[in-house]
Design a protein around this ligand. Structure first.
Ligand SMILES: [Fe+2]
Length: 264
């Protein structure tokens, strides 16, 4: 099974630029074309939050138009820039999205079991998992010992970039960590939010963050560094699962680069 993770596209209204200068729509168009052109083609796409920039219905309409070009099924979770009701109202045919409440769900009909968590605190940049969301997760984890991926927007761990660590998952992390640690079948925790590719050992498993399809966070590990963006190459994460092996993750850059050519 091959899963493509698309993260943080921050789509605006059709034709509108992010911060007046970043064509997030064009970036997502290129990412979708890139995914459609992959051989082998991924089986599914997970879109890990900050789907749009302001949670506005017109932004979701534009997102829907862009994602409808994906030639594989895709699954959505909210990030801090999203709005639950506008998201679900824009995608009524996505029957896996609960009609009310938190946007958490299980995909149980794939070779890997996939569990989506909703870390959104509407109006805030940081993330949270309240007892209702964690009770739900605990019940889902108790149902099956199949190999499982968790996916969520906010990372529940520090990444060494102060400004982003201040806006990660700030509530519910300790209980989440205990739940993950108690379930050795959780192969990976997939996150977004940081706009950089990052890997870390966490709660006895691996966790990883996919880059944005558009702008990236500037890599600055200095104490007290403020947050800024940079136009590093955008990309998507490709997660390859083969029975009997562990999940292997590749970063696939979106864009035109020289090659391929022989090593000579
Ligand atoms: Fe984002």
């Amino acid at each position: 099974m091959l899963i493509v993770q698309i993260s943080d596209p921050h789509v605006k209204r059709e034709g509108e630029l992010l911060y007046g200068r970043i064509d997030t729509q064009g970036f997502l168009e290129r990412a979708v074309a890139h995914v459609n052109g992959l051989d082998p083609r991924p089986d599914i796409a997970l879109v890990t939050g900050d789907l749009v920039d302001k949670g506005a219905p017109a932004e979701y309409a534009n997102l829907k138009r862009l994602l409808s070009r994906l030639e594989i099924p895709f699954y959505l979770i909210p990030g801090n820039h999203d709005a639950r009701d506008a998201l679900r109202e824009a995608f009524p045919e996505h029957a896996y999205l609960p009609r009310a409440g938190f946007l958490q769900y299980v995909l149980d009909d794939r070779p890997l079991r996939l569990i989506a968590l909703d870390t959104l605190v509407e109006g805030k940049g940081h993330g949270a998992l309240c007892s209702e969301r964690l009770d739900w997760l605990e019940a889902r984890l108790g149902e099956s010992d199949r190999t499982t991926l968790l996916f969520m927007h906010h990372p529940p761990f520090d990444v060494g970039m102060e400004a982003l660590d201040a806006a990660r998952l700030l509530e519910g992390g300790e209980r989440l960590e205990a739940l993950v640690r108690a379930h050795g079948n959780i192969e990976r925790v997939l996150c977004g939010h940081v706009h950089r590719p990052i890997q870390v050992r966490w709660a006895g498993t691996m966790a990883s963050i996919a880059p944005s399809t558009a702008h990236q966070a500037t890599l600055d590990l200095r104490d007290g560094a403020s947050l800024s963006m940079t136009m590093d190459p955008p990309g998507v994460a490709l997660h390859l699962w083969r029975p009997g092996a562990s999940l292997v993750t590749h970063l696939s850059y979106v864009g035109s680069y020289e090659g391929p050519r022989p090593f000579r």
